[in-house]
Design a protein around this ligand. Structure first.
Ligand SMILES: NC(=O)c1ccc[n+]([C@@H]2O[C@H](COP(=O)([O-])OP(=O)(O)OC[C@H]3O[C@@H](n4cnc5c(N)ncnc54)[C@H](O)[C@@H]3O)[C@@H](O)[C@H]2O)c1
Length: 328
């Protein structure tokens, strides 16, 4: 029986596929490849190139493979782009997402692990953020994920579709095979490494007057392999008949932008110049998870998520893929 992984050619999806296969699981990928990279996937993995909202295609995949569960990564993920073009985000993440869930329900699927995000919380009232914290997204991307969480909750009640919605904080790092190559890239660590490689002149730092010790925003970085393992544990939880849930995935420890840059300077041995920019609208000072619920429910423990391990793994991958996947 196979696991359907949507967005499996993307950053977190490809690492999860890699780790599922290492555990002997059968995997089928559905990805439109608009932002994903076929080179991130082993050549013998069945990949269907298409849209999650194409119900005919989902039904065909189900006919050709014996699907037992789904991990649903496919979404557009750029906060800034979602502010400029909310229709694109609502149509893709929610519109196509709902068609996709409808197709799964019609096929009698009972288990799904969903990629949600810390962006559902918005600017938090308290740190660390628990699953009970107020949900108040600050951009269409965050709303699209919160809305999908609500749809899942309703489908569980009505149709028995059991789910685990995983609210990731900042995914980072790489495995030997798979790394981060978003286009456009808005995430800090790959951009810091581009500056280290001289591919961009400097790393832009947005604001240094936040109420944090060095004035730059603090985020909770989680190694992509630790994230991937949490999906596998979430699937096992559902296979054991566990109930639907919402879980934070973070470490509970945050690092400032300047701490990340300093760590990258030490690991790469490069100077990495900084260019100060005004703060970005809606960027909270601090986003740090309380991950205790995921630890209790799944028995999950991040193992590779200390900052030096994250940056070292990302640097190692980047040295072998300086221009990302397509230049191979
Ligand atoms: N990267 C992070 O730090 C982070 C943090 C929180 C949540 N998330 C969530 O994790 C998931 C994966 O993120 P990522 O960083 O791997 O992104 P990514 O862009 O690398 O991967 C997403 C993949 O989904 C595909 N896709 C998008 N819309 C599709 C559609 N309608 N039909 C078929 N395929 C489609 C893209 O082509 C891409 O391959 C997303 O749902 C994202 O919202 C990511």
């Amino acid at each position: 029986m196979a696991i359907l992984v949507t967005g499996g050619a993307g950053y977190i999806g490809s690492v999860t596929v890699e780790r599922l296969r290492a555990k002997g699981e059968q995997v089928v990928v559905l990805d439109d490849l608009k932002r994903g990279h076929p080179a991130a996937l082993a050549g013998d993995i069945p990949v269907y190139r298409g849209n999650i909202g194409d119900r005919e295609l989902v039904a065909r995949i189900a006919r050709e493979h014996d699907l037992e569960s789904c991990i649903h990564f496919a979404a557009l993920i750029e906060v800034g782009e979602s502010v400029k073009d909310p229709a694109k985000y609502f149509e893709n993440n929610v519109g196509h997402g709902i068609s996709f869930l409808g197709a799964l329900v019609q096929l009698g699927m009972h288990r799904i692990v969903f990629s949600s995000t810390a962006a559902t919380y918005g600017d938090p009232e308290q740190i660390p953020i628990t699953e009970q914290s107020r949900k108040s997204p600050k951009n269409p991307y965050g709303w699209s994920k919160l809305f999908m969480e609500q749809v899942l909750d309703s489908y569980d009640t009505a149709y028995g579709l059991k789910f685990v919605a995983l609210r990731y904080f900042n995914a980072a790092g790489a495995t030997d095979k798979c790394g981060e190559d978003h286009r456009p890239e808005s995430h800090l660590i790959p951009n810091v490494l581009s500056a280290a490689l001289g591919l961009q002149q400097a790393i832009r730092v947005f604001g240094n007057n936040y109420p944090t010790p060095d004035g730059t925003p603090i985020r909770d970085y989680i190694h992509v392999a630790d994230l991937a393992d949490a999906h596998i544990l979430a699937l096992d939880h559902l296979r054991r008949g566990g109930s639907s849930d919402f879980l934070n995935l973070g470490t509970g420890r945050g690092y400032s932008v300047l701490e990340v840059i300093q760590c990258a300077r030490e690991i790469t041995g490069k100077e990495i110049p900084i260019q100060m920019e005004p703060p970005r609208a809606g960027d909270p000072a601090r986003l740090v998870a309380d991950p205790s619920k995921a630890k209790a429910v799944l028995g999950w423990e991040p193992r590779m998520s200390d900052l030096p391990s994250i940056v070292r793994s990302a640097w190692k991958w980047r040295l072998r893929h300086q221009q990302g996947y397509t230049a191979e």
